[in-house]
Ligand binder design. Sequence first.
Ligand SMILES: CC(C)(COP(=O)(O)OP(=O)(O)OC[C@H]1O[C@@H](n2cnc3c(N)ncnc32)[C@H](O)[C@@H]1OP(=O)(O)O)[C@@H](O)C(=O)NCCC(=O)NCCS
Length: 112
Amino acid sequence: MENSEGELVGFSGLEAIHWQARNAFVWYFLGKEHWEKGYATEALALMCRFAFENMNLIKLHTIVYEPNKASIRVLEKNGFKLVGRFRKHFYIPGHGYVDGLAYELLREEWQE
Ligand SMILES: CC(C)(COP(=O)(O)OP(=O)(O)OC[C@H]1O[C@@H](n2cnc3c(N)ncnc32)[C@H](O)[C@@H]1OP(=O)(O)O)[C@@H](O)C(=O)NCCC(=O)NCCS
């Protein structure tokens, strides 16, 4: 992803696209020097619009490390809902085993 100056600030994408079930996994990350400027929130909003309006999907989903409060905030600002917890699902050096939180956004929730 690029900012308005055309500078590369991070990457994001949709993968594991299931065309029959009409859902996909969404992900994003930014270079540390670009954090806290609203870029991830905006990038996720654009991906939601593209997924629901252009790709005709009905749901996006993702999984986030529980300690990643900034990413959780980005998801919740975009209307994603917490739907589950994978216990001790990831190993992060310095944190140890952490839970993974499953988030989803349905198209009808996004439209509201
Ligand atoms: C997580 C990440 C994508 C956030 O990107 P960003 O562009 O800084 O996010 P935004 O600026 O759009 O929004 C961040 C929000 O989190 C909040 N936040 C930041 N740190 C926080 C913390 N420790 N606790 C609670 N909220 C926090 C910010 O205040 C902001 O919310 P606000 O707009 O209500 O103030 C970025 O930090 C990153 O790339 N991290 C490494 C990779 C990663 O974790 N990817 C996601 C994997 S699920």
